[in-house]
Design a protein. Sequence first.
Length: 332
Amino acid sequence: MADLLALPEGLTGRPLTADDVAAVAALLAAAEQVDDTGEYPDADDVADEWTGWGVDPARDGVAVLDAGGTLAGYAIVFASATFRDVFRINLDGRVHPDHRGHGIGAALLDWELARGAEVHAERHPEAPARLVARVLGTQPQLERLVERRGLAAERWYRVMERQLTDLPALDPVPGVELVPFTSDRDEEVRHAHNASFTAHHGSSERDAASWQALFTGQRSFRPDLSVLAVADGAVLGYVLAYVYESDTRARGYREVVLGQIGVLPVARGRGIAAATIFEALRKAAADGCRTSALDVDSDNVTGALRLYERLGFGAVRTSVAWSVARSPMTSR
């Protein structure tokens, strides 16, 4: 595993362990007061994320501890088991607000870049790769840091929200039935997702294992709030819904997150996306959710941003994906 570079005096570094999930959740809770991510993961959520992405904490993570042994910062590096064209390796982490401005973030980012290079070499040296760090609009110091380390702004994203009030009654789409997600259709929905996202930036074709680990096998997945658009017995579109109960406890109200939304290319332009989304919103409102949220690539090739704006969603947060390219490694 990559070595953690020199830390400020009084701080020590070590590999992360699975037992660190509670400390990571506590750090994220403290950082939320400054970073405003809108997310409040608990220890189980952190563990689920690491498991879903196949993170080996001892090799893919590092912890920085203060003199009292409390977590001052951490970093993890993870990548999807599948990819299209470019192997994208994600760099993630956080520094406790009380310890910012002392060089911990720089040390962690340098470690992430070194570990990301190792992951490239270990898993897919034959492919071009990109090391990617998502920077929130509330993190100007991190933005300056990644730019100094040679990363460039690659893609802009928005988190959008909508109150679950004044939901309009939409006309049915001729020949299309809106039905709940059921487990017997999971594989068909996976194939529909892969077909729907073929041209999307940074997307990857999900195999059955990664689909389950990241999406429909998650604790937060709500099949009863998810909706499929079906015609002649086949899935044409889908909305997969999630409710994060740790967020509910922190906010005092429930929000539904529309995590994956797609329509097969041959079925676009018929109003299926809007109808499917509003059906999911109606289900969520009936289940006691107050708000809905989704994440969108501002340059989505299907014009999703414009669709969501027409449906009443508004941007509440922004982030930018910063990345640096790595060439394929050829043996001599």
